[in-house]
Design a protein around this ligand. Structure first.
Ligand code: NA7
Length: 563
């Protein structure tokens, strides 16, 4: 049965619905479809943008594209959708992904339940009604039994507050908030701060337009070529004829995208064999070198260094000026792939252009943004445009922008002051009936995002169906299970080299953020099994209640703790 009524409270009337979903990207769209069209609930989505797309709405910077093949980087829930949508490139660019999400929104008639240009400012759990009271910047207030945060993992921009921030009189752009009508850099002196995955996509295209481009690099990065190409019609036909197998293979793989050349150990091969194998993976493109070459390069330093040296040699081959090449090569000691491996198309070659300069801001840090550009410890740069490609306050940034308060008025920031505390990356104690899609401590960014999102949306909607079918009012993660889950995530992460890098995977890119590794690294398949087992054991680790009137029916599902 669905709810769509008004309730009167001492602060005025609230619309009441079954579920509020925050965000209309890949996650929010599918969540709405599940809740509304499969469960028959009244669900409402709030989205701050004026259209769907989430991350793919905001990140319109030149060169933005996925680096998991488009056939994989798409929804699997509708066979009809899979058959009728045709990608034009192996790795789709942002405009095409955004068109796809608009197509999905129209096909499933989702737009009518999305409130655009509406930012959720607060979500407060009301003990009396055991519901969430959600406030927005448009003044709309809604009460809902369920609150689903589909706010994206990489959606809150990290904007470093350099001295003089805001004083630049030229044009400032943020890759994560790119103007809808694009930017024409023709004839401009452009500076870009950052050399992460985003910057590496944008730099070659900006360089083609700008009079001059200065790249401000703090840390060099290991990238591999994307090897994009127009969609091959035969491959498209083959995938469409076998989509079921393609998706099954994705779920069998560690990161939700299959690679068929993975060998156990780089150290088992001779140098010649290794180089040949790395070259094959390099030429395959995308993440093939990173997660499809040898199983031990992200676990063993010695194995890792063989891959690192292979990439350095490639950089030296591509970049003509040896001094620039050295600056672009991550030094020994900076492990390969422990930060997210960017995929590039002509990035390194861009530094062979006469109109491109690489500025080393590790050696000579940015001291001040000035009216005419910026000043580093060693030089003054006159600029017309300044681009920030400085990443995101990942995982928690967008959640913390809302004032989310659970039981006893405790804020989410407060509860997570030492780092996020979740059970399965789906829920957190003290915040009943609140779910996170691809939340901290789930596989999220180290898994194929659309597939991971689908698994979460399905788990959440199955849970809500279970609750409604059984007359249950609340579900809440138990702290013992949170503790165990956090320890489990940490233990797996610590067996790899990833926590040793200063990456956004553990919040190291944001000054003052607690350093906690935030991705479950056990692989999507294992994670899905765990989630399914939790359900099979009666939502083990969660407390489910029948509501105030039936507190005797409280089911504490913690009979057997996970070992
Ligand atoms: P990243 O990978 O976090 O990269 C941000 C870049 O900005 C990186 O080169 C940073 O250097 C640089 N940065 C950040 N803050 C500063 C300051 N204060 N001074 C100088 N340089 C700075 O973000 P991306 O957007 O490129 O990629 C994020 C993900 O989006 C990507 O992995 C994909 O999954 C999609 P640093 O390395 O910190 O020295």
């Amino acid at each position: 049965m669905s709810l769509n009524t008004q309730v009167n409270t001492d602060t005025g009337s609230l619309n009441q619905v079954d579920a509020i979903v925050v965000g209309a990207g890949f996650a929010g769209l599918y969540m709405l479809h599940r809740l509304r069209d499969q469960l028959g609930l009244k669900a409402e989505v709030f989205e701050s943008a004026d259209g769907v797309g989430g991350t793919w709405y905001w990140n319109r910077y030149p060169g933005a594209r996925c680096d998991i093949p488009s056939h994989h980087y798409s929804y699997s829930f509708s066979e009809e959708l899979q058959q009728e949508w045709t990608w034009s490139e192996k790795y789709a660019a942002q405009p095409e992904i955004l068109s796809y999400l608009n197509y999905v929104a129209n096909k499933f008639d989702l737009l009518r339940d999305i409130q655009f240009k509406t930012r959720v400012t607060a979500a407060v759990y009301d003990e009396a009604s055991q519901c969430w009271d959600v406030e927005t910047d448009t003044g709309r207030r809604v009460r809902a039994k369920y609150l689903v945060l589909a706010v994206g993992t990489l959606s809150s921009a990290n904007i470093p507050q350099f001295k003089g921030h805001g004083s630049f009189k030229g044009k400032t752009y943020f890759t994560g908030h790119w103007p809808k009508d694009g930017v024409d850099f023709t004839g401009k002196r452009v500076g870009i701060i950052g050399t992460g995955a985003t910057a590496m996509q944008a730099i070659p295209l900006i360089a083609e337009e700008a009079a001059h481009l200065t790249v401000f690099q703090r840390t060099p990065n290991y990238a591999a070529p994307l090897v994009n190409e127009p969609m091959n019609a035969d491959i498209d036909r083959q995938v469409k004829a076998n989509y079921r197998e393609v998706r099954d293979a994705a779920w069998e793989s560690f990161a939700g995208v299959p690679f068929d050349k993975l060998k156990p150990s780089a150290l088992d091969d001779s140098q010649a064999q290794r180089e040949a194998h790395y070259a094959t993976c390099w030429n395959d493109g995308g993440f093939s070198l990173w997660i499809g070459s040898y199983g031990d390069i992200l676990f063993n330093r010695e194995a890792n260094e063989t891959a690192a040296e292979f990439v350095r040699a490639k950089i030296r081959e591509k970049v003509r000026d040896p001094a620039v090449a050295e600056l672009l090569c991550p030094p020994v000691g900076q492990a390969y792939g422990t930060k997210r491996q960017p995929c590039e198309t002509g990035y390194y070659e861009t530094f062979n252009r006469d109109n491109v300069t690489l500025a080393d801001i590790k050696r000579a840090p940015i001291e001040e943004i000035t009216a005419t550009g910026l000043r580093t410890a060693s030089a003054e740069y006159e600029l017309d445009c300044l681009v920030y490609a400085t990443g995101f306050d990942a995982f928690t940034g967008s959640m913390f922008k809302m004032d989310i308060r659970g039981r006893n008025g405790q804020s989410l920031q407060d509860r997570w002051s030492a780092g996020p505390r979740t059970y399965l990356g789906l829920a957190t104690h003290g915040f009943p009936n609140m779910f996170m899609i691809t939340g901290p401590q789930s596989p999220s960014v180290l898994f194929n995002m659309p597939l991971g999102i689908e698994q979460h949306c399905e788990w959440i909607s199955d849970c809500i169906e279970h609750m409604n079918r059984n007359g249950l009012q609340t579900i809440e993660a138990n702290t013992e299970y949170e503790d165990q889950w956090i320890a489990h995530v940490k233990e797996i992460a610590d067996s790899t080299l990833l926590p040793k890098a200063d990456s956004w995977y553990l919040g190291a890119n944001i000054p003052g953020k607690p350093r906690v590794f935030l991705v479950y690294l056990g692989g999507g398949k294992q994670y899905k099994q765990i989630c399914n087992e939790v359900v099979a054991k009666g939502y083990q680790g969660f407390t489910l209640t029948a509501g105030h009137a039936h507190n005797s029916a409280r089911q504490k599902s913690d009979a057997a703790l996970v070992d």
